[in-house]
Design a protein around this ligand. Structure first.
Ligand SMILES: Cc1ncc(COP(=O)(O)O)c(C=O)c1O
Length: 370
């Protein structure tokens, strides 16, 4: 024992025993535990990978002009915002950026040591704080799973290096009032990191971006993993405050972060293809509704429709998420994620990712009925 950092068990590795139970069902496991895209990417994107001619040279760390232009054009179409391509930079999928940001921001502001993040959220916000030697401080959510910034202590705000928001939210599907989030943080001089990787899957109203309330002090993060079923490609970008984007992209250039050239070329095709994303959104929407009906009827639990995202966030009967997950694995061969993966405040729920075709959801329905 050195007393130094010891990585905790990776959340999904804790599901091994439940997965064995679920796999024992005739017809196999229905795995709803991970937000792993299973539907096909566009063949045009795959073709672009093979034909870019970008293998030989080093790719620009910040992103090719074509990629930054395509990202800016997509944001203009999707959100009606005018972002200069110079205020856009590439990342290798968004998880590495999410986890790395506190470290790089702290190098710039060593006087600040606190990362504020949604109390029920994607675990990498807290992990990035921890890996940077910062204090992860969860911000409570309201009854609609939105950030409740009135609950942040002013002492924590004064020490905050950054504030994470995630709209639509993983796991609960909440939609923050991003203008209010930006306003709160600007009044306190706290950069907002707005993870918007599910923006194409917004069900209540139009897609939102923090950049709709201006770019000062805010950075939006976007990924092609979910929009275009390209989690294996590792392609994303960030955009916003020109000074923050310039700082981050310079640090990342020194550190050797580069999206491979062929991936950058394919990402341009994926960003341009709104029809493919719309078809994927329709699939998720149909599955969310069907799974909601199946669970509500078979288990007598109240399942709310999410405001956005690709997950159902289901209250566990009696508030015991692990017991509920075990029941679903045993009775329905269905693997789900217990809510404590997303923070202690999530412990009374389970998360179901709508990443399987409808016939697999019908199999779950039959098993539950039988
Ligand atoms: C909220 C959120 N942010 C970021 C990511 C990272 O996605 P990627 O690294 O594939 O861009 C995920 C992946 O599930 C996510 O749910």
């Amino acid at each position: 024992m050195t007393g130094g950092f010891s990585p905790p068990p990776y959340p999904h590795d804790r599901l091994a025993a439940l997965a064995t139970t679920a796999r024992g069902h005739d017809g196999g496991m229905v795995d709803l535990s991970v937000g792993m895209p299973n539907d096909p990417p566009s063949p045009r994107v795959v073709a672009a990978l093979a034909t870019s001619g970008a293998e030989r040279g080093y790719p620009p760390s910040i992103g090719t002009p074509a990629l930054r232009q395509a990202a800016a054009a997509w944001m203009a179409r999707r959100f009606g915002v005018d972002v200069a391509p110079a205020a856009v930079a590439a990342c290798i999928g968004t998880k590495e950026l999410v986890v790395g940001l506190p470290h790089w921001l702290r190098l710039r502001r060593p006087d600040r040591d606190t990362v504020l993040y949604p109390a029920v959220s994607y675990p990498s916000y807290a992990m990035g704080a921890e890996l940077a030697g910062c204090r992860p401080v969860p911000v409570p959510l309201d009854e609609c799973w939105r950030l409740d910034l009135s609950a942040v202590a002013e002492e924590d705000a004064a020490r905050a290096l950054c504030l994470w928001s995630n709209t639509p939210g993983n796991p609960a599907g909440g939609l923050d009032d991003l203008a209010a989030v930006a306003g709160w943080a600007r009044r306190r001089g706290i950069p907002v990191l707005s993870d918007e990787c599910y923006a194409d899957f917004t069900w209540d109203g139009p897609s939102r971006s923090i950049l709709q309330s201006g770019s000062e002090g805010v950075v939006a993060l976007h990924s092609l993993s979910k929009r275009a079923n390209l989690a294996g490609l590792r392609a994303g970008f960030y955009a916003g405050d020109p000074e923050l984007v310039a700082y981050l992209s310079e640090v990342r250039k020194h550190a050797g972060f580069m999206v491979p050239g062929p991936v950058q070329a394919a990402a341009v095709v994926a960003l341009d293809d709104d029809a493919h994303a719309a078809a994927q959104a329709q699939r998720y929407r149909i599955r969310l509704e069907r799974a909601r009906v199946i669970l509500s009827q078979a288990l007598d639990v109240a399942v709310a429709a999410p405001g956005g995202g690709i997950y159902l966030w289901v209250p566990a009967p009696g508030g015991d998420a692990w017991a509920f997950a075990e029941r679903l694995a045993t009775d329905a061969g269905c693997l789900v994620a217990p809510g404590d993966f997303y923070g202690p405040a999530g412990a009374g729920h389970v998360r179901l990712a709508m990443v399987v075709p409808e016939d697999r959801l019908e199999l779950v329905a039959r098993r539950l009925a039988g």
